[in-house]
Ligand binder design. Sequence first.
Ligand SMILES: NC(=O)c1ccc[n+]([C@@H]2O[C@H](COP(=O)([O-])OP(=O)(O)OC[C@H]3O[C@@H](n4cnc5c(N)ncnc54)[C@H](OP(=O)(O)O)[C@@H]3O)[C@@H](O)[C@H]2O)c1
Length: 265
Amino acid sequence: MDLQLTGKVAFITGASKGIGRAVAEQLASEGADVVITARTAEPLEETASKIAAGSGRSVVAMPGDMSKPQDIDRCVTETIKRFGHIDILVTCAGSSPGGLLEELTEEHWMSSLNLKFMGYVRTVRAVISHMRERGEGAIVLVVGNDGLKPSYWEMTAGAANAADINFASSVAEQYGRYGVRINTVNPGPVNTDRWDGLEKAFARDKKVDQHRAHELAVSSIPLRRICEPEEVASLVTFLVSPRAYFINGAHIPIDGAQRKALMDV
Ligand SMILES: NC(=O)c1ccc[n+]([C@@H]2O[C@H](COP(=O)([O-])OP(=O)(O)OC[C@H]3O[C@@H](n4cnc5c(N)ncnc54)[C@H](OP(=O)(O)O)[C@@H]3O)[C@@H](O)[C@H]2O)c1
């Protein structure tokens, strides 16, 4: 199936590795030009060069901290200056500390909300008038199934994710009439450095080893493995393509029907 993405311009936050990188790879392989952001310049530039070499598309590394409004605005402005427009926004720059209510500090809650919720809100805000004026745009927020289900050990992520999902529903309702679509993609555990870090922290908090933490995650998923970043990227790539034009305001889990309660120890 031709996804009709050739020549589109995509802006992807948090994409030097993990899910964002896989999204950048797939969009470029489908013919899109891509701008990727992350805080650390060197791995970001390395990723951009590799994807450009593999796809033959323009892939631009734009270092920036997506928890800082001024960095978001700078990267969006530079992208529009360079390519003339942005067709696609995918937000992946998020991380929320895990933990149980009595262990989570004010700082844990605020850092999660500042990056995973307000970072996503600010990024959408930075592109929305541009997309409204052009009469088109496709946005996907990579959020997380903690926003759709009670989250056992990831409460700060759950609250930020639920807020992202509600925010996206409102944007879908208000901007659909301008041809701008927004959807959320909600993974459970995905095989990335972030998941590895969460498993280590879970193991520490629950006083088990990481192998046991991984077993618990796997046994909470009826498909009996965790997701690969490329599987999330395939869903995102379809959703931002014109093929998915009538999908707007949807919140799609990609978690193999995980039951988080089964991770309790
Ligand atoms: N992996 C999972 O199991 C899972 C499950 C559900 C939801 N998610 C969500 O999916 C998204 C991507 O997760 P992932 O697993 O792919 O993470 P990852 O492998 O840790 O990659 C995160 C990427 O985001 C960048 N990043 C982190 N903080 C940033 C910031 N403040 N500004 C700009 N870039 C930043 C990182 O580079 P730098 O560190 O250099 O900035 C890196 O490129 C996150 O929102 C996460 O919450 C992940």
